[in-house]
Write a protein that binds this ligand. Sequence first.
Ligand SMILES: Nc1ncnc2c1ncn2[C@@H]1O[C@H](COP(=O)(O)OP(=O)(O)OP(=O)(O)O)[C@@H](O)[C@H]1O
Length: 249
Amino acid sequence: MTEASLVVTDLRVEFSGFVAVGGVSFDAHPGEVRFLIGPNGAGKTTCIDAITGLVKGTGSAKLGEKELLGRQVHRIVRLGVGRTFQTASVFDELTVLQNLDIAAGRHRSSASLLRSRRGTDPSIELALEETGLTGELATPAGILSHGQKQWLEIAMLLVQDAKVLLLDEPVAGMSQDERTATGELLQRIAAKRIVLVVEHDMDFMRRYATRVTVLHQGRVLSQGTVAEVQADPRVQEVYLGTADAMTEG
Ligand SMILES: Nc1ncnc2c1ncn2[C@@H]1O[C@H](COP(=O)(O)OP(=O)(O)OP(=O)(O)O)[C@@H](O)[C@H]1O
């Protein structure tokens, strides 16, 4: 597994002259659950979109020595950068196993695909175990709970052996139990991979973040540990009235 870090430097994204991300720098390392937070429209998703090649950005986003900006989406995926979206994008009519097979097949040779037909692939078994979906192997993804769908998406990134997981609001709409299970899952995954979480849920962020970057109007307002950003008066000001939970707990 990689020891490489994700280092974003002076990232800028403009949409027809509107600066959505105006020079953002942060880094994320294996071993930490890194959070990107900020009010609506702060530029969080756009940062992820730029890192994954969906929108054009300037500046730099490096995974180890490899520059990601300027590469095509599929090449960035091949370098080991995976993401989830705010809405789960699994194949509802296919089973959990079939979804994982498709995810695994994307970067597998036909010889290994042939081998995998003779039994469940070890990487799939591992991903199922890791995400607690082993019992749902034959369940159509469409009837999974909201939380399980998100875990399936994460499992799909694991079977692709993603070195970087960029997760956009992974616990939105989840029950408290599902949030706890997700937080613990992210901590396990982050031991060996880079995990960057975009979230609005302050309680979740407080419980599971190792370090946090706060964005506001396309710029970094504050970054540090949860305690450091919570104590930052600029952060309190921005969150006052929108997420007053920022300073609670
Ligand atoms: N394709 C686009 N074209 C024009 N403007 C865009 C586009 N995508 C995003 N924006 C604008 O860029 C800004 C940042 O949007 P972004 O979705 O990154 O914010 P966010 O922090 O992820 O917000 P939220 O928490 O609401 O998802 C917003 O003002 C948004 O309207």
